[in-house]
Design a protein around this ligand. Structure first.
Ligand code: DOR
Length: 431
């Protein structure tokens, strides 16, 4: 039993934003009541958490993480990835299929779920592959993946190059009510590019990747969604063009949603001047103009979700020449304070920010999470929005340290992460 007292409860799904106490029993939310109000519950034996000055929100959901297990356990395991999630305030994560072996069949999905049940402290929702082995040649068995517990399909990390195959993938996925999460990059335009194409790439002499590489595939996925009626979710949006295309598609009623990651609204390609490989990510950090458009897209709800694209890599892959370095940023333990900056800057209201990290990802994935309604699973994040700290990668719960935010002074952290009524993390990142 838990009583969470005195916090500002924000539950966008139920239109709640007020000071309330929350009573949890047997892993479920039993009741919410005004602090001073009468209630009928016997609180004997309940743990009491004082949430004064804090936000009490539905457990945060990160719909885009790489847990690396099976196959790349030296970078992350389901256990360490879940601990990083809990430290960052996330109670649920959806994990991408680019593991080894690839999650393109029932056995791998079941393996992930089994490992998560045994060693994971947060809810893990596997995303299955669109094509066998992520090779872009044959469709993966989506019905089997769905039955085993996959909540979406994606070839994340790679674009399905063949448009005909992507059309069939969408038709197939629609039959199983699976959303298709699209990694959008025209591989020919990307070539051997290592960063955004623009003034900075010209100045420092690294091969650039034009915005068009992303925009072209986003436009294709929107067209294919219109053709097939399949639900399409655009992963890690980084360009102004993508935001414009998605805005226009939504205005016509196309079944498309989108996400971006904190690094795309926090950093620009100018950071690459240091040649620090921690800034290397895929798609690449874009221009300051793109960063403004991403913020506008978030504000206007063109971008529905903030997801981390948590992509752990070891120093073996990062401490090398820029061209050879792996792409990716670990995001689970820094996302919350970076996202809260959007509220401080006036880009988002707190309610809208919470929506993008709870209700929206839950709806897109079709999972029964993201709300604090009575009778729901007691997945709760208690956030202290003004706690100041310094990001220290050496204290990360993640196995990997590839964050460009090391040493940053940030504000806001999860104080408690609660999964099905159990406190899985206290204190929480960063610092
Ligand atoms: O930077 C990235 N890293 N982008 C992706 O799409 C894949 C990810 C990874 O798996 O490392």
């Amino acid at each position: 039993m838990l009583l969470i007292r005195g916090g500002r409860v924000i539950d966008p799904q139920n239109g709640v934003d007020e000071q309330l106490s929350l009573f949890v029993k047997d892993g479920k939310i039993v009741d919410l009541f005004p602090d001073a109000g009468q209630h009928k519950h016997n609180l004997a034996g309940a743990r009491i958490i004082n949430a004064e000055g804090c936000l009490v929100v539905p457990g945060l959901i990160d719909m885009h993480v790489h847990l690396r297990e099976p196959g790349h356990e030296y970078k992350e395991t389901i256990e360490t990835g879940c601990r990083a999630a809990a430290a960052g305030g996330f109670t649920s994560v959806a994990c991408m299929p680019n593991t080894s072996p690839v999650n393109d069949n029932q056995a791998v999905t079941e393996y992930i779920l089994d490992r998560a049940a045994k060693s994971g402290c947060v809810n893990v929702y596997p995303v299955g592959a669109i094509t066998a082995g992520l090779k872009g040649e044959f469709l993966a068995p989506m019905g089997e993946l769905r039955e085993a517990g996959a909540v979406a399909v994606s070839d994340d990390g790679k674009t399905v190059k063949n448009s005909e195959l992507m059309r069939r993938a969408m038709e197939y996925a629609k039959n199983f009510s699976l959303p298709v999460i699209c990694h959008c990059e025209d591989t020919d335009l990307v070539g051997n590019g290592a960063m955004n194409e623009g003034c900075t790439s010209m100045r420092i002499g690294l091969k650039g990747i034009p915005n068009a590489a992303e925009d072209i595939i986003v436009a294709r996925e929107v067209s294919l969604s219109e053709l097939t009626g399949c639900r399409v979710h655009i992963a890690h949006v980084s360009t102004k063009g993508s935001v414009d295309i998605i805005r226009e598609a939504k205005s016509r009623g196309v079944n498309v949603t989108a996400e971006t990651a904190p690094h795309y609204f926090t950093l620009s390609d100018e950071s690459l001047e240091t040649f620090d490989t921690h800034f290397k990510v895929n798609p690449p950090l874009r221009s300051a103009r793109d960063v403004q458009s991403i913020k506008k897209g978030l504000k206007e709800n063109v971008i529905d979700v903030i997801a981390t694209d948590h992509a752990p890599h070891s120093s073996l892959e990062k401490d090398v020449e820029f061209d050879y370095a792996a792409s990716g940023i670990v995001g689970l333990e820094t996302a919350l304070p970076l996202a809260l900056r959007l509220v401080t800057e006036g880009v988002l209201t707190m309610r809208s920010l919470i929506e993008k990290c709870t209700v929206h990802p839950a709806q897109i994935l079709g999972i029964p999470k993201g709300t604090l309604g009575r009778g729901c699973d007691a997945d709760i994040t208690i956030i202290d929005p003004s706690a100041a700290g310094r990001v220290d990668v050496s204290r990360f719960k993640s196995k990997s340290r590839n964050s460009p935010f090391n040493g940053w002074e940030v504000e806001g952290r999860a104080r408690y992460t609660i999964v099905k009524g159990r406190v899985v993390e206290e204190g929480c990142a960063p610092g």
